[in-house]
Design a protein around this ligand. Structure first.
Ligand SMILES: Nc1ncnc2c1ncn2[C@@H]1O[C@H](COP(=O)(O)OP(=O)(O)OP(=O)(O)O)[C@@H](O)[C@H]1O
Ligand SMILES: [Mg+2]
Length: 341
């Protein structure tokens, strides 16, 4: 079965083709990052308009990449939510119109299920059950995953998501949008021993986390450095970035290990944009190796939003395919409300 996947929940238009026999055979992406950069964040109306411009050419590029025609597609999967209402409507209406014209069914996909299952697109795939650390721009959750659609949230952030904390901290350090990846690059050249920031909820008995206090701590530290030295030079900024990254990585890794111990599970997968963070990967590799757990990541380019994870999640849910036509989007949508596949 050949599934076309369409992602348009935020600021990336992703279109991909997943074949249940051959795997991922085409994957096209357009990021709106440059367009939103001058506003310092995503402008929803601009995002919607850009999705409209991109989705058709990306679909054509996918068909060309895979060497297939529209008629070869068996079903069209699209992100129904959560995300920006207008942006979701673009993907949903394009998917439904195309499927209606072709006489093919549609599959409404939950964006976070796409992220969660993306490690199954890597060469080394985990078997179920596994623990999942979902660390994206809008979510930070630790979940027990027993099968497709069988998700139990064990712990989550009480305030900012990890990616959000990276982006907001980058902004207050004067880094351009989107700051997360840039902050992490600067952190690599920072001295981990120069500054120490708090590790929020590190020792709490549960698996919940909290990251909003970290940016305040960074702000206080920046003011202190500025007061002592007159300004924050390049090296001091790198050292502050490093201190922030050290804190966030230690909390995430420690909660993952605690969750593995509590559940008795042997495998953990990491999904979402922050899963691209090198220090997080290195620390998780180390902590799991020492305790003989296995850790799995999606291919780097599938950590952030993409069409491949939507095509794949759609392929896992073919039995929920419905005739194209009337549709809704779900800007807010609980992952735990999904039925098992
Ligand atoms: N190397 C990195 N280190 C830290 N953070 C990163 C890195 N690369 C990307 N990010 C962060 O990942 C986030 C984007 O990831 P993703 O696309 O999965 O999130 P999203 O789609 O915006 O959120 P959600 O899926 O929750 O709606 C941003 O917050 C970005 O700063
Ligand atoms: Mg996402």
């Amino acid at each position: 079965m050949l599934v076309l996947g369409i992602e348009s929940s935020c600021d990336e238009t992703g279109v991909a083709l997943y074949d249940t026999e051959r795997g991922l055979i085409a994957d096209q992406l357009h990021s709106q990052m440059a367009m939103h950069a001058e506003y310092g964040g995503v402008v929803p109306e601009l995002a919607s308009r850009d999705h409209i411009r991109r989705v058709r050419p990306l679909t054509d590029a996918c068909l060309a990449e895979a060497g297939v025609s529209l008629q070869d597609i068996d079903a069209i999967a699209y992100t129904q939510g959560p995300g920006l209402g207008g942006a979701l409507l673009v993907g949903a209406s394009y998917a439904n119109a195309l499927a209606y014209g072709l006489g093919k069914p549609v599959i409404a996909v939950h964006h976070l299920e796409g992220h969660l299952l993306s490690p199954l697109l890597a060469e080394q795939r985990p078997d179920f059950p596994f623990l999942a650390l979902l660390v994206s721009g809008g979510h930070t959750q630790i979940m027990a995953v027993r099968g497709v659609g069988q998700y139990e949230i064990l712990g989550e952030t009480l305030d900012d998501a990890a990616g959000e904390a990276f982006d907001k901290t980058a902004k207050l350090l004067g880094l351009p949008y989107p700051g997360g990846p840039l902050l992490s690059r600067l952190a690599e050249e920072g001295d981990p021993t120069r500054f120490e920031l708090p590790r929020p909820m590190l020792h709490s008995a549960n698996l919940d986390m909290s990251f909003s206090g970290l940016k305040t701590a960074v702000l206080m530290l920046s003011k202190q450095v500025e007061a002592e030295h007159g300004s924050i030079d390049e090296q001091a900024r790198k050292d502050i970035c490093r201190a922030f990254q050290e804190a966030i990585v230690e909390v995430l890794v420690s909660k993952c290990i605690k969750a593995l111990k509590q559940t008795g599970m042997q495998r953990i997968v990491v999904a979402g944009g922050v899963g691209a963070n090198k220090q997080l990967r290195a620390a998780l590799d180390d902590a799991t190796r020492r305790r003989q757990y296995q850790v799995f990541y999606p291919p780097l380019k599938l950590c952030t939003d993409n069409g491949a994870m939507i095509a794949f999640a759609g392929a896992m849910r073919l039995k929920y395919a419905t005739p194209a036509g009337g549709f809704t989007v779900k800007p807010r949508w609980e992952l735990s409300s999904l039925p098992a596949a």
